[in-house]
Ligand binder design. Structure first.
Ligand code: BF8
Length: 647
């Protein structure tokens, strides 16, 4: 394939135009060379015991059972559930690390480490959710009482997670009726691993119902805890301007890239990169300054809170090294390609791992320690400064592409943005949906995947949605894809349908709202709940004119997210590929039967325009069910009409 077909990102194409095609160069090239296994990709390969691996066939006369007798449905459901387990574990273990640091701050152990409580209001709100009285207590005292309760959520053996009570009452009742109210994520994930062990749960629906429970333990548990406590420690995002794409790297500065998911170290790198002493060290080496930029969700975290530029999304981690101007790439956990270790060998770039959970052979490891976070951040930046002079000028390919964006739409911000400072609420959003200016809301999230044209699927879909007056909320790498296309600017309202454009112009907001990293999909659950609670759009998340999708997904975390949205009553469409397509029975369960059970369901559609219209049709059906299918013209009431309203 022509390399230009790999991506619709202009910066990536600038690099492809200048590098030799080499089958090992990037994930794009390796994906061309390495075709997916036809059994595994359809969910039909079971390697859960040593009698196999067993590969079942969809073909007439092909193998229909594994050595133990397991059917395609059992195998596909087990594989799917294990993806949920891995995804939920990843988000939630990230959350646990954040809470470990919060506990340190609470106990006073963090003195001098650089961490503190930044959002006292959120601390109080979360403490109250946990039943603590906060009246007259200092934030330190509240944090001290709250910390052990937060830690206990992960390992809770019986009962219900606290944040479940944030969901609409009707949803909670349905979960209780179905027996899927989650306990601690540790327990739910362990139970998935048990159930999917050889010879345990062999009923596909039963396996997937437990998968739902574990996914809910992530969305309404581990991920939500991560988001809320990150906001407490680092501040709740508010809209700010930023820049995105490889053009944010600077030829005359020391470029430090943070990559991964955990903001604990990157928050301190933000502080260290602004330290006058570090800047003068950089100047002494001939650089004009220190330029911190991000890749993947760590990028989203520090973009949303500090406006730090984003160098790119998942498939741009290798591209960033290929620019030849990155002094250090510092990584923590998740979505870090092992190929980086080889790639940096050809450049002056130093790759540094920092988590004991995520080491790469042959790569420098500087262990992160919360107690000395700022010192470690400075040490890493000093190494970058030392590296600045080692660039090979012949290897520099620095694309000019960079784009402005607005990010930072937390649930709290949406409240103020649409409701105003004096009457913060979701009323104006609901009203604009009811009157038809906004058709509905779509969550467009997830990764980039070299099996499809990079960024193209996501951006084509989002343009079609906003053209049809669907307000788009985003997280993760999908948000970065749209940011690169300029869709996260207020000016993008010109691409929206008349109704959505009118609302965006009145408020000064983009038609596509960047709500954060992948763990921040929990913000979307809270926003959907706020819409229900505001009134006028039904009494459950499943009543809302709302749909979700991950057009270019690739990670197990995306499956966990998808399942907690489906389990929360949301119609959720995935593109690229779907891991159970070889099994009709599991397809029927996820694509149809789940709608009767959880009132949410999955769909698979790789074509972006068709995907957009599946979502739009769903939104229209929900509007019809609510009786708001027709756009209502604004009526100016005269006094007689007002009197008639009195009851
Ligand atoms: O957690 S969107 S590629 S970076 S998995 Fe990874 Fe996917 Fe990006 Fe963030 Ni989410």
């Amino acid at each position: 394939m022509d390399q230009r077909e790999f991506s619709s990102c202009k910066a990536c194409n600038e690099i492809f135009a200048l590098v030799e095609q080499d089958k090992n160069l990037t994930a794009f090239h390796r994906a061309e060379d390495l075709k997916p296994c036809p059994f595994g990709s359809q969910g039909l390969c079971c390697k859960n015991c040593a009698m196999g691996p067993c590969r079942l066939s969809t073909k007439e006369g092909g193998t229909k059972r594994g050595v133990c007798g397991a059917t395609a449905a059992t195998i596909a459901a087990r594989n799917f559930a294990r993806m949920i387990a891995a995804g939920a574990a990843s988000h939630s273990d990230h959350g646990r690390d954040i809470i470990k640091t919060f506990s340190m701050v609470a106990s006073g152990e963090a003195e001098g480490s650089g961490y503190e409580i930044k959002d006292v209001n959120k601390l109080i709100a979360v403490a109250q959710d946990f039943g603590l009285s906060t009246e007259g207590k200092s934030s330190q005292d509240i944090a001290k009482e709250l910390a052990p309760l937060l830690v206990a959520e992960f390992g809770q053996q019986e009962g219900e997670l606290r944040f479940i009570r944030r969901a609409p009452e009707k949803r909670q009742a349905l979960w209780r009726e179905l027996g899927v109210v989650p306990r601690g994520v540790d327990r739910e994930v362990v139970e998935i691993m048990h159930r999917t062990h050889m010879g345990v749960d062999q009923d596909a629906e039963n396996i997937l119902m437990h998968g739902t429970r574990a996914a809910l333990a992530d969305g309404w548990g581990g991920s939500m805890l991560a988001t809320e406590v990150q906001d407490i420690l680092f501040g709740t995002p508010i809209p700010l301007r930023g820049k995105v794409n490889l053009g944010v790297l600077r030829k005359d500065q020391v470029n430090i890239i943070v990559h991964g998911h955990d903001p604990l170290l990157s928050e301190m790198l933000v502080v260290a990169a602004q330290d006058p002493e570090m800047i003068s060290q950089a100047r002494a080496k001939g650089a004009s300054g220190i330029n911190l930029a991000g890749i993947c969700c760590t990028a989203n975290e520090i973009l949303l809170r500090h406006g730090i530029p984003v160098a790119g999304n998942f498939l741009q981690q290798e591209m960033a090294i290929l620019t030849g101007v990155v002094e250090i790439m510092v990584v923590d956990v998740q979505c870090v390609m092992q190929s980086l270790a080889d790639l940096v060998q050809c450049y002056h770039t130093e790759l540094i791992t920092t988590s004991e959970k995520a080491k790469i052979p042959g790569v420098v490891h500087i262990q992160f320690d919360e107690h000395h976070a700022l010192d470690i951040a400075k040490k890493i930046i000093s190494r970058g400064i030392e590296n600045f002079g080692k660039r090979n000028p012949n290897k520099i390919i620095l694309p000019k592409e960079e784009m402005d964006l607005v990010a930072g739409f937390s649930h709290e911000t949406i409240n103020y943005m649409l409701g105003g400072t004096f009457r913060a609420s979701y009323r104006p959003l609901n009203d604009n949906i009811i009157n038809g200016r906004i058709l509905g809301v779509a969550g467009v999230v997830g990764c980039s995947n070299p099996r499809v044209k990079h960024d193209h699927v996501t951006t084509t879909l989002v343009k079609e949605l906003i053209k049809n007056n669907v307000l788009v909320v985003q997280t993760g790498c999908a948000a970065i894809a749209c940011a690169k296309e300029g869709l996260l600017t207020p000016e993008a309202a010109s691409l929206a349908g008349d109704g959505l454009a009118e609302v965006c112009e009145a408020v000064g907001m983009p038609p596509v709202l960047h709500c954060g990293s992948c763990v921040d999909n929990s913000r979307l659950l809270i926003a959907a709940t706020a819409m229900v609670k505001e009134g006028g759009l039904g009494d459950d998340i499943s009543d809302l004119p709302l749909a979700g999708c991950a057009p270019e997904w690739m990670s197990e975390k995306a499956i966990a997210i998808g399942q907690y949205f489906v389990g929360s009553g949301v119609f959720t469409v995935f593109g690229a590929t779907f891991p159970i397509m070889g099994c009709e029975e599991v397809k029927e369960l996820l694509f149809n039967k789940f709608e009767k059970i959880t009132k949410g369901k999955w769909a698979f559609e790789p074509d972006p325009i068709k995907m957009a219209h599946l979502m739009i049709d769903h939104i229209k059906a929900k509007r019809a069910a609510l009786g708001i299918e027709k756009k209502q013209e604004r009526i100016l009431y005269d006094m007689a009409m007002r009197r008639a309203l009195e009851v």
